[in-house]
Structure formats: C-alpha cells, structure tokens
Design a binder for this molecule. Structure first.
Ligand code: COA
Length: 428
C-alpha cells in the first residue's frame, strides 16, 4: 500500500471513521497539528475514543462541541483533560505505565488508528518517534493505520522508536516547534528537599527521576558524586549538567552500560538537541524501561518520585487530590518496586510537607476521602520532606507515624499526634 501524502493535516486525519479507537503520541511529542485537525474532523464523526497519556497543547480537543463525538480515555491526565474528568466528560484508567504496551500488544485494548509525530525519514526510509517512545511504540505495532506528522524539528533518536515511512497510511509534513518546559526555579523548600534526598544518593547509584521541580533540585545537589547511571522513565534537563560535568557516566550499570535509558524526554531545546542522533541515549518501549525485572538488574537503583499526600501508615497518594484526578499512576510503582528489588536499591518519595501555601499538611493521619493510593504502605520505603528523611521499611504503624510526624511541618505536628491517638489509639 502506498503512503498517502496529504496537503493538509485535516486531509490526513479524514480517514478516521466512526467508532474508532485512536491512540495519540503523548508527552512532548503530542502531535498538536493532527490533534487540532482531529478536533475539526471529530465533529463529523460519532463515538470516537482517544486513548492517551499526558498530552501537551491538546486544548482544541477539550471543546464541549466534541462531547458525544469524541471521548478521552486517559492513562494519565493533562491540563486539558483534567477539567473534563471533573465533569465526567473524560475517563481515567488507573494503570501502571509498564502494563500499557502489553494491553495494546495483546489486543485487549484494540487500536484502529495511531496519530504520531516523527522525525523525517533517513536514507533508509526510517523515521523515529523522537523524544517520546513510551507506549506509542506498541500502539503503532498494532494500529490498523498510522497517521504521521513529519516534523523536521523532531530529533532523530536511538532505541526502539525507529519506524518505517512505508508503514504510514497518511503523512503530513510541517515544521513545528516542540513544547518547551523551562527548568523551574527552586524555592527554599524545594532546595531543602533536594539536599535531604541527595544525602541518600551515593557514588555509583543508578537514578530514576520523576516529574517536577523536586527531582531537578535533587540533581542540582549531586555535583560531587561519581559514576552515576541513569535508567529512567522520563529524561529531563536536570540530568544534563551532570552528564556535561562527567558525574553521570553510566559506567557501572549492569544493563545498558554507558547508555542513558529512558522512555520519553520533556524539557528545553537544550535537552532535545542533546538527544538528537545521540547514541548515548536510548529511548525504549516503556514496557521494558519500567519492567521491574529489568530495573532490578542494575545495582543501587535510586528511584526518586513525588506525591500529593502521605498518610501516617505510609500510603502514598500521587494521582488524585481527594476524588479529583490530578495526574496518573504512571511509572511510580514500577520504579518503587524495581528499586526495592535492586541490590542496594532505594525507593524515595519526596514531597513538600505542606500544600496551599502552608495551609494544608501533606502528611495526614488518613488520606482524603477518595484519594488514590499509588504506592502502598507495603511498598513504601523513604519519605523525604524539607524537614528530613523517614525510612519506613520494617517499621510498625506506630513507628511510621512517629517518623512521619517528625518530618511533617511543625505547625501540624501536635494535631497529627492527637489525631493519631484518637483514630488508632496510638501513643507516640
Ligand atoms: N491537597 C490539596 N492540594 C494539593 C495537595 C494536597 N494534599 N498536594 C498538592 N496539592 C496541589 C498543589 O498545591 C499544586 O497546586 P498548584 O498547581 O495550584 O500550586 C498541585 O496540587 C500540584 O502539586 P505539586 O506538588 O506541585 O505537584 P508536582 O507537579 O510536583 O507533581 C505528582 C506531583 C505526585 C502529581 C507527580 O509526581 C505525579 O503525577 N506522580 C505520579 C506519577 C509518577 O510518579 N510517575 C513516575 C515518574 S515519571
């Protein structure tokens, strides 16, 4: 079958028919030009389902005009889908990120069309999925048709993201900026958390760093470490300085030595330039990157993730604020468990002690009604705030409560101690 070369994105998208399941390339590779075309085309179609992770610049698809035509089915929310979920106009599917490719490959979740954004074909006719391989690799393997936006600004990356131009049903070429995420400035609290987490990181550790300012603040404190490695779901700017200064060498990794392994990159142009045609960085299918049996093969894995709320028994809420879905399960548990299984590994959850400008404690006696537990109290190990480090492993509920109250904000410690006694009868 020959590839349909389209003059407009709408022409490329027009092959989507009623009742289709569509997968969209996600994260910073969200194909916004195809997304905007889909927002027009979907008005003429019925019962479309858009499967997705976190998407960027996809606001056009949040229009109320699409209700009844296209429904979002999200494995991770984004700024455009979060408000839709709050009014019941989008669906959230809690799932480990590592499990998503399997769901597609097995056919349990069928995919009719995949819409993706790729780098231009090379001399061998191969494009790449650029800065985001995540579950898109598996979606493209099973999709009945692939619609590709070929973007000369999309870096060519190494790893699993190579895809043949001939496998596309329709293509549309246009140069487009990728979404840029400048590195956040760290406030005092974030810096203090960064310093505390950094105490747990030793020379030779293999890092996974999650989303947000805290992981970058940790990385900024690691400038005097040696021979760090990286095997991470998400690759962000914070790691670049450590690569440039020779702190990250990947030399001691048992699996993929010498390489940074990742599933997707989100950050600045500097990051996207760094990964462009760089064999030091391999973008691999997220089923593999986040597989606990793969993660554990490196020694001294240090997984650093964040949370919205932690209760005094160690249950970690990371995907919702009460009943409101905020993000997703993502790869948090994949890496918490992978790190725990690794020889010398450490599973770290780092979060500010309060939210809402100090009005709310994030360390709570019981989670808010409806809050989703992402990391269970049996999996949790280190909880870190700006006030210190609590190692919960092999601690009883009473010992956990004491350790967590010690790293909570001082304004809430009395209240937490009293409510702990009231609810569990525990005297600390
Ligand atoms: N009650 C009410 N509001 C709260 C809250 C609480 N307990 N905790 C946080 N918030 C608010 C914050 O004030 C902030 O609001 P604002 O945007 O108005 O300032 C918002 O919720 C987000 O909190 P923040 O701490 O800034 O989130 P973050 O960007 O650091 O992300 C997670 C934290 C937990 C949402 C994120 O790490 C995540 O999605 N984790 C799950 C997936 C994962 O870990 N994947 C593996 C690594 S890639």
């Amino acid at each position: 079958m020959s590839v349909r070369i389209c003059d407009t994105a709408l022409e490329a998208i027009s092959v989507i028919e009623d009742n289709e399941f569509i997968w969209t390339h996600s994260m910073a590779a969200t194909p916004r030009i195809l997304i905007d075309a889909l927002a027009i085309h979907a008005k003429t179609r019925q019962n479309l389902t858009l499967l997705q992770l976190h998407t960027e610049r996809a606001d056009s698809l949040a229009s109320p005009e699409l209700f009844g035509h296209l429904r979002h089915r999200c494995y991770f929310s984004s700024t455009s889908t979060r408000p839709l979920m709050a009014i019941g106009e989008a669906d959230y599917v809690p799932m480990f990120l590592s499990a998503l490719p399997k769901l597609f490959r097995s056919g349990e979740q069928p995919i009719d069309t995949a819409i993706i954004q790729v780098s231009p074909p090379d001399q061998h006719g191969m494009c790449t999925m650029g800065i985001s391989v995540e579950a898109t690799n598996s979606a493209c393997l099973v999709a009945k048709k692939i619609i590709a936006h070929i973007n000369p600004n999309m870096p060519k990356t190494h790893g699993d993201g190579f895809i043949s131009y001939d496998s596309f049903h329709s293509v549309y070429w246009q140069e487009d900026e990728l979404p840029l995420h400048p590195q956040e400035k760290f406030d005092e609290v974030t810096q203090a958390i960064g310093r505390n987490v950094a105490q747990l990181i030793n020379d030779g550790d293999c890092l996974q760093v999650g989303i947000g300012a805290i992981p970058d603040a940790v990385l900024a404190c690691l400038t005097n470490r040696k021979d760090l490695g990286v095997h991470t779901e998400m690759f962000s700017d914070g790691l670049l300085d450590l690569v440039d200064t020779g702190v990250i060498t990947n030399r001691l990794k048992k699996i993929h030595p010498g390489k940074i392994v990742t599933g997707f990159a989100v950050g600045t142009q500097r990051l996207y330039d760094f990964v462009d045609d760089n064999p030091q960085v391999v973008f691999l299918d997220i089923e593999y990157v986040n597989d606990t049996s793969i993660i554990r093969r490196n020694d001294n894995v240090a997984a650093i993730n964040s949370a919205l709320q932690v209760d005094l028994s160690g249950q970690v809420c990371a995907d919702s604020i009460g009943t409101s879905i905020y993000s997703g399960v993502g790869g948090q548990m994949d890496f918490i468990q992978g790190a725990s299984l690794s020889k010398g590994g450490k599973a770290i959850i780092a979060l500010p002690s309060t939210a809402k400008h100090g009005q709310l404690s994030r360390i709570v006696t019981t989670l808010d009604k409806g809050a989703g537990v992402v990391t269970t109290r049996a999996h949790v190990q280190y909880i870190v705030t700006e006030y210190g480090i609590a190692n919960l492993r092999n601690k009883s509920l009473r010992e956990r409560a004491k350790a967590l109250i010690e790293i909570s904000h001082p304004d809430f410690r009395d209240e937490l101690t009293k409510s702990c006694h009231k609810i569990w009868g525990i005297h600390l």
